[in-house]
Write a protein that binds this ligand. Structure first.
Ligand code: CMC
Length: 427
């Protein structure tokens, strides 16, 4: 590929370019500051590729999402969540034997240490599950120090198993603590999605019978959230890990990053928005007008995306599944009708059309979670549960890449220049 030429004043600089396997092109500006004293300015990294990656491909204009080359539409309907986790982490779909070995390791490690129950006790029962979850995962560095060395490949393999195995138990127990109900232990005989539903919804005296359709829906939801390349939480995970902090510290940071309503927290925010809209009489146009008003901080939650300038393929799949799941569960949710009305109104509005704002993954997921019986403020921890393999894959790719450097952006300083110090008595 041709080099790029940059002219600043009378200085001309040749910058190398690179191209990915799907034709994405980049100008390598790493020598720019050394050669010219200029840095680059790019708010929110909107135009900055910090890494090469072979895990997930997104074409935002085409509404395409693939993991390791496999279309999300296939993975969501044909693969189990642990198959997808294996694919993301190892780079290939597992054989029958590889999957059985992986599943056995996950089952074997699914329980939480008994002592860890005291961690939940330290939280108020009303605590948001994402706060409990992030704290819970960060304790793994203390419980499993032998798995915490980021530079030891065997330790990283062990940490990978521990995180995927214990995450559902942690999410389910955070929920049980909140509900003031006894913890339900993991079951060896259930698959990942069914075991999770069991730990959330079973009671000691009444075990939940998970229907195959609901199990499939839970599996699909987990798969749809499994990875999404260099988003806010994955970048957080990478940047924390780049300091050689442990994988557990990095995952905990990722959970915190995900909790924000502009990222994973949007699934909770969408349901709250729809509920508020319904309580106020269901007037969709008022909310559309609020979202368009530049003096109003309100945004249409579940709409818009940094990368997708077309339908988010995950939201298409979810919209297709929502009716089926509701009918299987025998539910009729008026918030679904409101969501469809809102989507239609937004997609018909010039403001949203011009800015290419489409429903994202968080727009319909909450309706399904709600129908399954999850409380609204647990939604984002369900996103985190699904995203764990993606964070792990991103972290491992970053660590195994010999060109990785500690993440450390530059700034353009705009504060005070040199000032003489005034002693406190003179101020
Ligand atoms: N409602 C109203 N206006 C919007 C929205 C929205 N949801 N999203 C973007 N815009 C407008 C924005 O005001 C801007 O307008 P203008 O050009 O006139 O200044 C334009 O569209 C471009 O938006 P942006 O803020 O520059 O886009 P971004 O890439 O920085 O932000 C986003 C992406 C997802 C944070 C944003 O679209 C948003 O806040 N959406 C609502 C929250 C949400 O649903 N988040 C979930 C994202 S998908 C899953 C995930 O990451 O977890």
């Amino acid at each position: 590929m041709d080099d790029a030429t940059l002219r600043i004043g009378d200085q001309e600089l040749s910058l190398p370019t690179l191209e990915g396997t799907m034709g994405e092109r980049a100008v390598d500006i790493s020598a720019l500051r050394k050669e010219t004293s200029y840095t680059t300015f790019d708010r929110g990294f909107g135009n900055t590729a910090e890494t090469k990656s072979s895990i997930t491909f997104i074409n935002g204009e085409g509404g395409i999402l693939r993991h390791r080359g496999y279309a999300i539409e296939d993975l969501a309907t044909k693969a189990s969540f642990l198959e997808v986790a294996y694919l993301l982490i190892e780079g290939e779909l597992p054989t029958v034997t590889q999957l059985a070995t992986f599943e056995a390791a996950i089952h074997e490690n699914a329980n939480l240490p008994e002592d860890l129950k005291h961690l939940f006790d330290a939280f108020p029962h009303e605590a948001h599950p994402m706060a409990v979850l992030a704290s819970g995962i960060s304790t793994f560095g203390a419980y499993y120090p032998e798995a915490a060395d980021p530079l030891d490949d065997l330790a990283v393999d062990r940490a990978t198993q521990l995180l995927i195995a214990k995450m559902p138990t942690m999410v389910a127990w955070a929920f049980k603590y909140r509900e003031r109900r006894p913890y339900i232990y993991p079951r060896y005989d259930l698959d990942y999605a069914a075991n999770f539903l069991h730990m959330v919804f079973s009671r000691p005296h009444r075990h939940l019978e998970v229907s195959p359709q609901v199990q499939r829906a839970m599996n699909m939801l987990l798969v749809l959230h499994a990875d999404h390349e260099q988003n806010c939480s994955a970048s957080t995970v990478r940047i924390v890990g780049s300091s050689h902090a442990s994988i557990f510290a990095s995952m905990s940071a990722g959970i915190h990053a995900l909790s924000g309503p502009l990222h994973g927290g949007a699934n909770q925010a969408v349901l709250e928005m729809l509920q508020a809209m319904s309580d106020a009489g269901g007037d969709v146009e008022t909310y559309i007008a609020k979202a368009k008003d530049k003096d109003d901080p309100f945004r249409l939650m579940g709409f818009g995306h940094r990368v997708y300038k077309n339908f988010d393929p995950r939201s298409r799949i979810l919209k297709g599944a929502v009716d089926d799941v509701l009918s299987i569960l025998g539910k009729d949710d008026p918030l679904l009708r409101l969501a469809v009305e809102l989507e239609e109104a937004a997609l018909d509005d010039d403001y949203f059309v011009e800015r290419k704002l489409f429903p994202n993954v968080d727009f319909y997921s909450g309706i399904i979670y709600r129908a399954m019986g999850f409380p609204v403020d647990m939604f984002t921890s369900l996103f985190a549960l699904g995203r764990m393999p993606g964070w792990i894959a991103q972290w491992r790719e970053m660590h195994s890449d010999p060109t990785t450097r500690i993440g450390r952006p530059r700034q353009v300083y705009t504060g005070e220049t040199d000032r003489p110090f005034t002693p406190i008595a003179d101020r």
